[in-house]
Design a protein around this ligand. Structure first.
Ligand SMILES: NC(=O)c1ccc[n+]([C@@H]2O[C@H](COP(=O)([O-])OP(=O)(O)OC[C@H]3O[C@@H](n4cnc5c(N)ncnc54)[C@H](OP(=O)(O)O)[C@@H]3O)[C@@H](O)[C@H]2O)c1
Length: 217
């Protein structure tokens, strides 16, 4: 959407540089066959600054990539898997992935399935010692994090680009969940930054509101 706007890429890189791990769904991995979820990949010219930030904060050289999958249909030749990743899946699929993914990937089983609980996914990531987690989606994963009250903050870039839509093949920010009218996930705007015609918005989430008397008109 941002057309590789450098300020947007820098923001993505900075968020990755602050994270212990980047959590994505398998759909996002499959949709980006050459991507690395590292700070320097998304904004190479700031690579040395990102590395210095991580060093000063006592973090590993790169955040660990965490891929969530139920079916286990992952492209083993994906460069991000070749580089080593943590894959969280169901008890039954884990054994298959241990034999089909690169040896430097770690496969964790986090439930019987068919779908995993996002709380159990996060517990598995926390048990690995990771504390600051960044999710870059996609829409199905983000929807489940919000539905479970598991998302603390949302960093949203508003680009001066109108996309339109003729069908549902390009999902929005959230897919697979319908919150309104019954359930609101209120958020506060914590900061706004502007670069040219781009807005960089940071929201903080509060508890979900299910009581009708709490719902604003
Ligand atoms: N604009 C952006 O910033 C942005 C960011 C990210 C993604 N995207 C776009 O979003 C699209 C992909 O959408 P998506 O919603 O399919 O991506 P997604 O949320 O990353 O992936 C969905 C997949 O994640 C796994 N998954 C989700 N919930 C699960 C659960 N509870 N338990 C176990 N596995 C679970 C499943 O993988 P399996 O099918 O392997 O079981 C599911 O098919 C792509 O077009 C991508 O480019 C855009």
């Amino acid at each position: 959407m941002s057309g590789r706007e450098p300020a947007d890429r820098f923001t993505m890189g900075l968020l990755r540089a602050c994270a212990d791990a980047v959590v994505i769904g398998a759909g996002t991995l499959r949709a980006s066959p050459r991507h690395h979820w590292t700070p320097q990949h998304v904004h190479p010219s700031a690579a040395s600054d990102f590395a210095e930030l991580r060093r000063r904060r006592g973090r590993a050289a790169d955040p660990e990539l965490v891929v969530v999958t139920a079916r286990g249909a992952l492209p083993a030749d994906h460069p991000a898997l070749q580089a080593g990743a943590l894959v969280i899946t169901t008890d039954t699929v884990a054994a298959h992935l241990r034999s089909s993914l690169p040896a430097n990937c770690t496969i964790l089983a986090a439930g019987q399935g068919p779908a995993l609980s996002m709380r159990e996914v996060l517990d598995a990531v926390h048990n690995r010692g990771h504390r600051v987690l960044l999710t870059e989606g996609g829409p199905y994963l983000v929807g489940q994090f919000i539905a479970g009250g598991l998302l603390d903050e949302l960093f949203l870039t508003t680009a001066p680009v109108l996309a339109g839509r003729t069908d549902a093949t390009r999902p929005g920010l959230i897919a697979g969940q319908e919150f309104l009218p019954g359930l609101r996930h209120p958020a506060s705007l914590a900061s706004v930054r502007r670069h040219a015609s781009y807005l960089f918005l940071r929201y903080q989430f509060h508890r979900s509101i299910t009581d009708a008397s709490d719902i604003l008109p």
